[in-house]
Design a protein around this ligand. Structure first.
Ligand code: NAD
Length: 264
């Protein structure tokens, strides 16, 4: 432990994992705690937030689990109020929540389009809406948004709404970075490429004959010949969240084994 987030308060939305093992949000929450942060782990599923809390506290870290849906402004407001009443500040806002739904505009329902945009994009607008006043009052803050390589690159999955939502998230990130740079609030994004997390087994596997074919396909998509893992994403987020990145804002950082450069 190098305590890169010593005495910081980190609020992580989507801090659970959609299956056993390490998702990006759960790993980021655990890593932040290992690095000295007091973590508030928020998830729409109480049991998922609680599992992250259990893991963090079993490692000797400090964590409180909260339940909120990022598509519901009042629930986010209540979660933020709970953090401020307990900890008095929010140094790091980490927006991990993201869902994929397949379908081009003919196949996908309007409800699906709105669900994906509301969850991936409007959710970040809403968490920022409720957290930024506290960061402005503190005169400092770091926001890390988990976007996707799909925000800058169209891959083989037919998820129109996800491409659009994550592309919007990148520019939301950049616009907030410029808007709040004078206030010492940094806003950055991480763009994971093909990552081996529990999410892919629930949201992507249906595109393939079987799980092994999916794994083969995803491994081959990376110039490194393998998928990354949740810790690759979490370490990039940790750097951006920490004071080591104090002059870095508005960056959309691929964590992709070179996939963006290879253009595949
Ligand atoms: N795994 C990959 O290959 C990959 C690639 C690119 C980007 N990403 C991005 O990584 C992020 C997710 O990674 P993960 O591995 O942690 O996923 P995950 O699904 O394991 O965890 C996300 C958590 O968010 C929670 N959640 C879902 N909807 C919510 C809502 N409305 N409000 C609050 N919580 C909600 C889920 O319950 C879950 O616990 C997403 O933003 C995704 O787009 C993943």
């Amino acid at each position: 432990m190098s305590q890169r987030l010593k005495d910081k308060v980190a609020l992580v939305f989507g801090a659970g994992s959609s299956g056993p093992g390490w998702g990006n949000g759960k790993a980021a929450a655990a890593l932040y705690a290992r690095e000295g942060a007091w973590v508030f782990a928020v998830d729409v599923r109480a049991e998922a937030a609680e599992e992250t809390r259990r893991v963090i506290t079993s490692e000797g870290g400090r964590c409180i689990a909260l339940t909120a849906d990022v598509t519901d402004s009042a629930q986010i407001q209540a979660a933020v109020a709970a953090v401020l009443s307990e900890a008095g500040r929010i140094d790091v806002l980490h927006n991990n929540v993201g869902i994929t739904e397949m379908g081009d505009p003919i196949e996908a329902s309007e409800e699906s389009w709105h669900r994906v945009l509301d969850t991936n994009l409007t959710g970040v607008f809403l968490t920022c809406k409720h957290v930024l006043p506290a960061m402005l009052e503190q005169g400092a803050g770091s926001i890390v948004n988990i976007s996707s390589l799909a925000s800058i690159q169209v891959n083989t999955y037919p998820y129109t709404s996800y491409y659009a939502a994550k592309a919007g998230l990148n520019h939301l990130t950049r616009s907030l970075a410029v808007r709040y740079a004078p206030n010492n609030i940094r806003v950055n994004a991480v763009l994971p490429g093909v990552i081996d997390t529990p999410l892919i087994y629930t949201q992507i596997a249906g595109q393939f004959e079987d799980v092994e074919e999916m794994r083969r396909h995803r491994n081959a998509a990376s110039p490194m010949g393998r998928m990354g893992d949740a810790w690759d994403v979490a370490h990039a987020a940790l750097f951006l969240a920490s004071d080591e990145a104090k002059y870095i804002t508005g960056v959309c950082l691929p964590v992709d084994g070179g996939k963006a450069c290879a253009g595949r």
